[in-house]
Design a protein around this ligand. Structure first.
Ligand SMILES: [Zn+2]
Length: 394
């Protein structure tokens, strides 16, 4: 049978991580990022054209508007973001297209790519730099709709296919990212600040952390990097305690990923670790693999209340919150949340400089230079980083 399935499909299937904690199989619906399928949504996809026409009827669009407002009201985001999102939804943002229509602009072109009309959808979702931001945030709203992307339609689809709770969470996240894109775009237009997708992604993650804290969204353990003493180096755990660092590396060809885990005691001594070749589709997948492997190692060693550190903000974020995970890493995230409760682990996002040892193990392994007895007899480059961590930690 495998021979009849195209190689591309086989590769994609092999990259889906499997859960380690037994739970019933879960069908995913790749038409939305939550992967949740409902009969209603299948019907919906099949009859999109008909529904589209129905939506254009005034009474149905009025009903949708009312429903959309209700959902937006429930989003756990600052008021300024809610009001921005409502304006985007009603298509009354000061985009070039809207300004041009009101004769307030000489043209309607996107000021950033200068190639397309700057509609709300282009500005927030379709402009190449905006797409990079969504990619970096591992979420793809309106992504598959191409030139026909419509915010109203996307919101209608979501409300059709997901529960209210899920729409509120997902839309809150999308509204926040969109707001940061809008802010960066305005900084570019009015202050000539260079467009930098990574800056926009980082400022979104920081703001979202603040938001989760402000609204007290339930979480297992939350260490807020914004409030945390910003340590540039590794810190040994308190006496008698352990700490585990996680990282992932991808080979230069992109074909192989390594998930690395390093367990040390309060003296900074290497206690255990692993470096495992994993098949994942994204770097986020690799980082989550490492965190799950770390949790499993701790559980098998009977260690509880251990600090688990990673330099991947999004992986930590997904591990500690109750956000709907992207479907392709769902199995990993659900396992981690399960183990976190079992072992009462404390997840922490740290800077790269504080995660050097795990990084070194992953990079050695990806280059096939990590000896199999590395824990007992670590290679010299690893010894150097381990000693540096201990010295800086004093
Ligand atoms: Zn553009």
């Amino acid at each position: 049978m495998v021979r009849e399935i195209p190689q591309k499909v086989v590769d994609a299937i092999l990259k889906i991580p499997l859960p380690h904690v037994e739970r019933p199989d879960h069908l995913v619906w790749h038409f939305n990022s939550s992967g949740i399928y409902t009969v209603k949504s299948g019907y919906h996809i099949a009859h999109q054209a008909i529904l589209e026409r129905q939506r254009e009827k005034p009474e149905s669009s009025f009903k949708l508007k009312k429903e959309a407002w209700k959902v937006m009201w429930k989003m756990k985001v600052p008021t300024k973001i809610r009001s921005f999102w409502w304006r985007a939804y009603k298509n009354i943002l000061a985009t070039k297209e809207n300004l041009f229509k009101r004769r307030c602009a000489v043209d309607n072109l996107c000021p950033i790519c200068e190639k397309e009309v700057e509609t709300t959808e282009h500005l927030l979702f379709m402009c190449p730099w905006a797409k990079m931001v969504w990619f970096g945030c591992n979420i793809k709203p309106l992504g598959d709709l191409g030139g026909n992307a419509s915010l109203i339609k996307w919101i209608a689809d979501m409300m059709e296919n997901l529960s209210v709770k899920e729409v509120v969470i997902l839309m809150g996240r999308v509204a926040q990212i969109a707001w940061h894109i809008w802010k960066s775009r305005n900084d570019f237009v009015f202050n000539k600040t260079k467009i930098n997708p990574q800056h926009t992604i980082t400022s979104f993650f920081h703001a979202e952390m603040e938001c989760l804290k402000a609204f007290e969204i339930p979480r297992v353990h939350m260490d807020n990097p914004a409030n945390q003493e910003d340590l540039p180096t590794w810190r040994a755990p308190d006496e008698g305690r352990f700490k585990v660092n996680c990282d992932a590396a991808i080979s230069a060809s992109g074909s192989r990923s390594i998930a690395a885990v390093v367990l040390r005691n309060w003296k900074g001594k290497l206690v255990d670790g692993l470096a495992k070749s994993v098949q994942v589709g994204t770097s986020l997948g690799g980082e989550l693999y490492a965190i799950r492997a770390a949790c499993e190692m701790l559980i098998s060693l009977g260690l509880k209340e251990v600090e688990v550190e990673s330099d991947c903000q999004q992986a930590i974020h997904l591990s500690v919150s109750e956000l709907v995970p992207p479907w392709d890493v769902r199995a990993l995230v659900m396992d981690i949340r399960h183990f976190a409760k079992e072992g009462n682990f404390l997840f922490k996002w740290v800077r790269r400089a504080a995660n050097k040892v795990a990084h070194e193990v992953a990079s050695l392994a990806v280059r096939n230079s990590l000896p199999c007895n590395w824990i007992v007899n670590p290679p010299i480059s690893l010894v150097t980083v381990l000693e540096k961590d201990v010295n800086e930690s004093l």
